[in-house]
Design a protein around this ligand. Structure first.
Ligand code: ZN
Length: 475
């Protein structure tokens, strides 16, 4: 059997909790795409070796919320200082019709390359660029691009059957689909791509873009029933800003999470991006039903949405994962930047609530709100759990060999660390990958992806941005 040995790691975080969050290693053996041993291992004759001296090893990240087409919409001046609702009109909606197959493929490639180079092995993309008469299929392109790089990929099939404005007033690219068309495409995608295996490379998820705005309640209920009948998970946006609370109060006389309860959109097969603004009742309900969160701290900061109550959700029983969200609202859409922000922002959130002793408060607090081990667990095991990839997300014998190996010997930001294990998360910045493995296959080696010419990609991106700007529509 052809085996691979990763040797001499400085530190290993496993993605597990408690004492098991770290293992001494320093070696990991892989055969047939799985981890077969962790410990002090002796190289075998003919075995391939990856030298992990001066390296820290984490499980490859699992990104549970993204919009890859936005990778060519970074830093749009019209949207750079806008909150969510005006930003939607100024940036992503304005550019919907500007994409064709070529620009869409390039955007997907840029986003996936950026993620892979940060140590991400699994990507769930919430793809909602669908409208009647569009002349390319983004879902097929996304699966092709992920496969070309060797990444696991979950297509969350977005879309809408209603819009906030009168349909006749809208440009073609903002018009909704019918429910029949939506469900027929879900079935097509599931038949073509969905693999229910615990280490699947391809998954399909049912994901209307935003429950209060994208479909009628009876349609959302039907969509949930169809998804469950096919064994597909459910995903969407929820409670990103306070405007969700206004919308569901106004339309349904309920909180956003209570509204989702009424349409059968809670459960361990459902996860929502953001969940920033929640009341106590909603947190308890999400926890009791095992409904998950894709925590997107950088996008939530960029759009001034707020900081999600991740600790309270986890304490209530809700699975926690990390998503980078689309690059039109996160100009650092890589997993290292995202987990660095998650680590800092959970602490800042608790610190914000601290009150001086003389005013009756508890004094300083909050520095244990998120440890590096917590953040690694959320970004790896948590994401795999939410996607139902039960053999992915932790470094344990028998699990899929999805492994990120970070070199700490080529960037002064890591020099002087007393506990190298925390370096990639605590020090942040650009990752230096010695290797990234997905299912035991090396897809990044010494910071490079085979077949990806970064100069060519940069040139194509500059050209595509000009093309998209010339095509943008006034909404
Ligand atoms: Zn999003």
């Amino acid at each position: 059997m052809n085996t691979l040995l990763i040797t001499n790691a400085t530190a290993i975080l496993t993605g597990l909790s408690g004492e098991a969050a770290r293992t001494a290693g320093p070696d990991i053996r892989i055969a047939d795409g799985r981890i077969t041993a962790i410990g002090a291992l002796t190289p075998q004759r003919g075995e391939s070796i990856i030298d992990a001296s001066d390296c820290v090893i984490y499980p490859a990240w699992v990104n549970t919320h993204h919009h890859l087409f936005q990778s060519l919409l970074k830093g749009d001046p019209l949207g750079i200082n806008a909150t969510l609702t005006p930003w939607l009109g100024k940036t992503p909606y304005r550019y919907r019709s500007a994409f064709d197959a070529e620009t869409f493929r390039l955007a997907a490639r840029i986003g996936l390359v950026e993620l892979a180079l940060s140590g991400c092995g699994t990507v769930a993309d919430h793809h909602y660029l669908y409208y009647p008469g569009m002349n390319f299929d983004g879902g097929d392109i996304l699966f092709e691009e992920a496969e070309a790089l060797g990444l696991r990929f979950a297509l969350c099939r977005g879309g809408a059957t209603i819009t906030r404005q009168l349909e006749a007033d809208l440009p073609q690219a903002l018009r909704p689909e019918t429910l029949d068309v939506y469900l027929a495409d879900v079935e097509r995608l599931a038949n073509r791509y969905h693999d229910a295996a615990p280490d699947a490379m391809r998954r399909v998820v049912v994901a209307p873009t935003t429950p209060p705005h994208s479909m009628r309640p009876d349609e959302l209920r039907e969509v949930a029933a169809v998804a469950r009948g096919m064994g597909l998970r459910l995903h969407s946006h929820l409670s990103e800003t306070v405007s969700y609370q206004d919308a569901t109060q106004d339309k349904f006389k309920a909180s956003p999470v209570r509204f989702c309860e009424s349409i059968d959109w809670l459960g361990s097969d459902v996860w929502f991006a953001h969940l920033v603004h929640l009341d106590e009742d909603e947190i308890a309900l999400l926890g009791a039903t095992g409904t998950g969160i894709a925590h997107c701290p950088q996008s939530n900061g960029r759009l001034a949405s707020g900081i999600a109550p991740v600790r309270a959700l986890e304490a209530a029983g809700a699975p926690v994962s990390i998503g980078v969200d689309g690059a039109a609202s996160n100009e650092a859409a890589d997993m290292i930047s995202e987990v660095h922000a998650a680590w800092l922002m959970q602490r800042a959130k608790f610190g914000e609530r601290s009150t001086a002793l003389y005013r009756g408060g508890a004094g300083e607090q909050g520095a244990d709100a998120a440890t590096v081990e917590d953040v690694v667990r959320w970004g790896s095991a948590g994401g795999a759990r939410i996607l139902g990839l039960d053999d992915v997300g932790t470094l344990e014998v028998g699990k899929a060999a999805d492994i990120a190996i970070y070199a700490l010997d080529r960037d002064p930001r890591y020099f002087g660390l007393h506990d190298p294990a925390i370096g990639p998360v605590a020090s942040g910045g650009a990752a230096h990958l010695r290797a990234l493995l997905v299912g035991g296959r090396v897809i990044v080696r010494d910071g490079a992806l085979p077949g990806v010419d970064m100069g060519e990609l940069a040139h194509a991106a500059r050209h595509a941005v000009k093309t998209l700007m010339a095509r943008a529509e006034v909404v």
